[in-house]
Write a protein that binds this ligand. Structure first.
Ligand SMILES: Cc1cc2nc3c(=O)[nH]c(=O)nc-3n(C[C@H](O)[C@H](O)[C@H](O)COP(=O)(O)OP(=O)(O)OC[C@H]3O[C@@H](n4cnc5c(N)ncnc54)[C@H](O)[C@@H]3O)c2cc1C
Length: 348
């Protein structure tokens, strides 16, 4: 996988950039900046690079070998990687944190680097808010796919992964993640797979993939939203409400039906996970003036191509910012904390 590369790096430039997150956005930015002669350090809490591509997208879709080749190409360009290192500011404990062995504060990076790119993705599964969701046998898609991928690439033992052999797997959602769950469910031996979506197939951007799954025997139910997960000791079924679309919005009707299920996976999206949680209300422009840039899913979860384009675009803005300004004043650590807080409080 080519994140960004060049035949030869330019003459070294006297600026250092820290990239937080070694997913497609961070890696394409790192490659661009290394090619332009900047000293680039990439920090990631996981044990190697690739982000979601390495640690969630099924091996059958993008093999880890391709991701590793791309990361090695960046190492050859001079990009320095700091894996198993989580960058913290006011971030709560998040998915994947168990891999971090080192913790470095955002303030420290701000005091040591001329600019900073935050490309930390969207690693918090959006939670399904219906009764019964805590029952054993109900999983969020990201945790399940992450576990399966970790087992396939040798980080986890298969004992940690739910045994879906002979089971009826119900998948809630119709995006790429839901498609991946259905695909992995099949590979793990699920006997029957049903996908349920609150809109119609035509509304799903993964409709081409879903059509293929339907042709292979996956059942697809349109206009249905879960209202309750059923079961005593573990999941036994899902109660759905039929939906209709009114003025572009999904409206739940009084019509109900129940599907039996042995396992339920909800794939209803991920939420951005930035070390600065206020990014949701801070203007990117204001932060850029302080030398803090953002790219990829941490802004809005989308896809690999968009993340790579945004990483490259952010790297160009960083270069422009570095060349326009004299190297940023190195603030004492306590002051950088206040600087960020000040920058953020202007908008929040
Ligand atoms: C299951 C699944 C299937 C998908 N399938 C497709 C597909 O088929 N096609 C497609 O185009 N897109 C797909 N996507 C979306 C795609 O993976 C993402 O859009 C893309 O990876 C976003 O890139 P990113 O660099 O912004 O973030 P990520 O890939 O999420 O990378 C962010 C990195 O930041 C690190 N990080 C986070 N917080 C910190 C911290 N505080 N300190 C240090 N490191 C940190 C993480 O460990 C991670 O490595 C899929 C996503 C999922 C979850």
């Amino acid at each position: 996988m080519r994140f960004y590369t060049c035949r030869e790096a330019h003459e070294p430039k006297p600026f250092r950039v820290a990239v937080i997150g070694a997913g497609p956005a961070g890696l394409s930015a790192a490659g661009y900046l290394a090619c332009r002669g900047y000293e680039v350090h990439v920090y990631d809490k996981m044990p190697e690079g690739g982000g979601m591509v390495a640690f969630a997208i099924p091996e059958a879709r993008i093999p880890i070998r391709a991701v590793r080749d791309g990361v090695r190409a960046l190492e050859r360009l001079g990009v320095r990687f700091h894996f198993r290192t989580k960058v913290v500011y006011d971030s709560p404990r998040e998915f994947g944190d168990e891999w971090a062995e080192h913790f470095v504060s955002l303030e420290k990076l701000l005091s040591e680097f001329d600019a900073l790119l935050i490309a930390t993705g969207a690693w918090r599964p959006r939670k399904l808010k219906v009764p019964g969701v805590e029952l054993p046998g109900v999983y969020d898609a990201l945790s399940l796919l992450h576990g399966i991928k970790m087992a396939r690439i040798g980080y986890y033992s298969w004992e940690r992964i739910p045994d879906l052999k002979g089971e009826h797997l119900v998948v809630i959602g119709a995006g790429y993640t839901a498609v991946d769950v259905a695909m992995e469910g099949r590979l793990l031996g699920a006997e029957k797979i049903t996908m349920a979506y609150r809109r119609s197939l035509e509304h799903s951007y993964a409709r081409a993939e879903i059509r293929k799954l339907i042709a292979e025997g996956v059942e697809f139910i349109e206009h249905a939203t879960p209202v309750r997960i059923l079961g005593e000791e573990k999941v036994e079924g899902v109660e759905f409400a039929k939906t209709k679309i009114v003025g572009g919005s999904v409206v739940t009707t009084d019509e109900r039906f129940v599907l039996d299920a042995d396992a339920v996976v909800y794939a209803i999206g991920q939420l951005p996970t930035s070390p600065i949680k206020e990014i949701v209300c801070a203007s990117e422009r204001v932060l850029e003036e302080a030398g803090i840039f953002f790219a990829g899913d941490v802004i809005t979860p989308r896809n690999i191509g968009t993340a790579m384009r945004e990483g490259r675009a952010a790297a160009e803005r960083i270069e422009e910012w570095l060349l326009r300004k004299a190297p940023r004043r190195v603030f004492p650590v306590a002051m950088t904390g206040r600087l960020i807080a000040g920058v953020l409080s202007g908008k929040c």
